[in-house]
Ligand binder design. Structure first.
Ligand code: PLP
Length: 436
């Protein structure tokens, strides 16, 4: 075994299957380099979070200055940076999502959002999509439908899962938009069977990333908002991946003008330069804690370094108009992915919004047979990722889905480069298919 990995447990992995493990030695802009000096185009922003690419001078400077000024501070104290970050977020967040509670990661933020929803509504249940991922803690892994939950089942009490919109292979055998969002009606019927007065919240990612590549169709979030309002259920938008420009809007819910009751943030908040997660609350919900004890908090959060990084990131997103840039580049990416898909038998569907995209791989394009069915053990995803690394591109491969989420700073030339590398990866996948 390589000395580098001897004492390190690799997350989300069967350890002995992880070969090679990349040892990364440096990174710059949209590229990173391994210890042999090989260069990789980072078309995943590491793990959907490095929005500004690597070694960003403004963020690095902010971190250095903050480290020299004040690095260790109790969460009960305010600083100019803590106040300023909260004020700037409130200004960017939709509607009256005005108050922010900080933690250290997306998982913690979802966990806290579920707890807040239960405390506020005094109801026990959380509804989550089958195709979702909300984090790695017991209550988040156990709530989401992602197959990784199986390992912790039976999971925490009070979680109910529902079939989400998956228009390429609809669970209800309908076709969008003629279906008139039948899946939302089905969810409402399920709520009635569960007794909506026992449901604290519905949690939804506007475009599921880490559990696959599943955008919600237009109109779905508005329908969820209506359903939640009808039954006094809180709507939690998990924007850990979709937040901060990823989909070509500041937040995924902005595409439909929906204001959730709670919004969960992480990743792009600091673009990965320091760990930070947050839950934003609508003003009336936050007022609950004016006269009642808020029984939650965490030693490190919001860390002064993370606040400094987040402030620098927000400035950069705004000054360089990176959200608009992501939208424009997203259109180029979508077009080029459609062209790529036409050349490869293994690509069944292409879905994208802004700079978040998914290629769905099939072994039979007519029957739409998934290349790797859910909840099966296959080496193919690792082999595809290995092929991608050999080509010098870093992407996310989960079961039969390849996800792309490049830094928001990419230029058209990077998309060209990615397409020619992916072309070769997909040619390899085509070769693995039975002859058709
Ligand atoms: C939608 C969503 N929620 C929550 C999380 C968990 O965030 P973290 O890995 O920072 O704990 C993730 C991670 O990918 C995610 O995609």
């Amino acid at each position: 075994m390589d000395e580098y990995r001897r004492h390190y447990l690799i997350p989300w992995s069967v350890q002995e299957r992880e070969d090679p493990v990349l040892v990364v030695s440096r990174a710059e802009g949209v590229y990173f380099y391994d210890r042999e000096g090989r260069r990789y185009l980072d078309f995943l922003s590491q793990l959907f979070h490095c929005h500004l690419g690597h070694g960003h001078p403004r963020v690095v400077r902010a971190l250095q200055e903050q480290a020299a000024k004040l690095a260790c501070l109790s969460p009960i104290f305010l600083t100019q940076e803590r106040a300023e970050l909260s004020r700037r977020l409130a200004a960017k967040l939709p509607g009256d999502l005005n108050r922010v509670f900080y933690v250290n990661s997306g998982s913690e933020a979802d966990d806290i959002a579920f707890t807040l929803a239960r405390l506020i509504t005094k109801r026990p249940k959380i509804f989550a999509k089958y195709r979702s991922y909300h984090g790695t803690t017991y209550s988040t892994l156990g709530v989401a439908g992602d197959p990784r939950r199986i390992a912790v089942e039976p999971g925490p009490p009070g979680c109910v899962r529902f079939y989400d919109p998956y228009c390429y292979r609809c669970d209800f055998d309908k076709t969008y938009p003629d279906c008139n969002l039948f899946c939302a009606d089905a969810l409402e019927r399920q709520l009635q069977m569960e007794n909506p007065a026992t449901v604290a919240a519905i949690v939804v990612e506007p475009f599921t990333g880490a559990a696959g590549g599943f955008p919600v169709p237009d109109g779905y979030l508005r329908r969820l908002r209506e359903i939640c309002d009808r039954y006094g259920i809180l709507l939690i938008a998990d924007e850990v991946i979709t937040g901060f420009g990823r989909t070509g809007a500041w937040f995924g819910v902005d595409h439909e003008g929906v204001v959730p009751d709670l919004m969960v943030l992480a990743k792009g908040l600091t673009a990965g330069y320091a760990p930070l997660g947050a839950v934003a609350l609508r003003e009336p919900l936050a007022r609950e804690w004016e006269s009642r004890m808020l029984p939650l908090g965490s030693t490190f959060a919001p860390h002064p370094l993370a606040c400094a990084a987040a402030l620098a990131c927000l400035q950069e997103y705004e000054e360089r108009r990176l959200v608009e840039h992501a939208r424009a580049l997203g259109e180029i990416l979508a077009q080029q992915l459609r062209d790529l898909a036409r050349r490869h038998r293994c690509v069944g569907d292409v879905r994208s919004k802004g700079l978040l995209a998914c290629l769905e791989l099939v072994s039979d394009p007519v029957r739409k047979t998934p290349l790797v069915p859910p909840n099966t053990d296959s080496l193919l995803p690792l082999q595809i990722r290995r092929q991608a690394w050999q080509e010098g591109i870093h992407v996310f491969v989960r079961n039969h889905l390849i996800l792309l989420a490049p830094p928001l700073i990419i230029e058209p030339a990077h998309i060209e480069e990615a397409m020619s590398k992916l072309d070769r990866v997909l040619a390899w996948v085509d070769e693995q298919l039975p002859l058709g």
